[in-house]
Design a protein around this ligand. Structure first.
Ligand SMILES: [Zn+2]
Length: 178
């Protein structure tokens, strides 16, 4: 496989040549954070009607509410003023229907190293959305005047299905673990 680096820098040079500074600041103008999967098929700007500067977008495998995702939510909320958090998982996710065992075995067969981490796979997409919404909702370090909601994006028909209506952050009723 040819590396993409040269093409990326070619594109970056073209971008620089036409770049026009704007008035945007680091704070998202619409006050929202989208937590979603790294899946290459998700065109978040077009599917959610977002423009550059509107939103923070956090992406990881599965769009899971990991400690690191929550680290970013804390910074987004307390430093840059966001108050609405969205969890969007999607159909056809690579983490759907696999197990930590499956993933660890694949990594071990390629590298000889068996990772001992939770990759956060899931076999119920609604439950994974609800669980991550709940985890964020119970985070005591997020502002109480913020809300979190969940949705599922269907990669086959482009539909965004609401799962959880916006619910307020209620803070920790149990220790944050994951
Ligand atoms: Zn995915």
């Amino acid at each position: 496989m040819a590396w993409q680096r040269d093409l990326i820098f070619d594109a970056a040079r073209r971008y620089t040549s036409t770049f026009e500074p704007d008035m945007l600041t680091a704070a998202p103008t619409r006050g929202i954070v989208i937590l979603t999967c790294m899946d290459a098929r998700l065109d978040l700007f077009r599917m959610l009607g977002l423009e550059v500067g509107d939103s923070h977008i956090l992406r990881n495998a599965g769009g899971r509410a990991t400690d690191d995702a929550i680290r970013s939510l804390m910074l987004s909320a307390h430093w840059l003023g966001t108050r609405e958090f969205a969890v969007i998982h999607h159909t056809g996710c690579g983490l759907f229907g696999v197990t930590n065992e499956d993933i660890a075995t694949k990594v071990e067969s390629a590298t000889g190293i068996r990772p001992n981490i939770d990759f956060l796979p899931f076999d119920d997409i609604e439950a994974s959305v609800r669980g991550d919404v709940e985890r964020i909702r119970r985070c005591a370090a997020l502002p109480r005047d913020s809300v979190v909601w969940g949705a599922i994006y269907d990669v086959h028909n482009g539909c965004l299905l609401p799962i959880d209506l916006p619910v307020p952050i209620i803070g920790a009723t149990e220790p944050m673990v994951r």
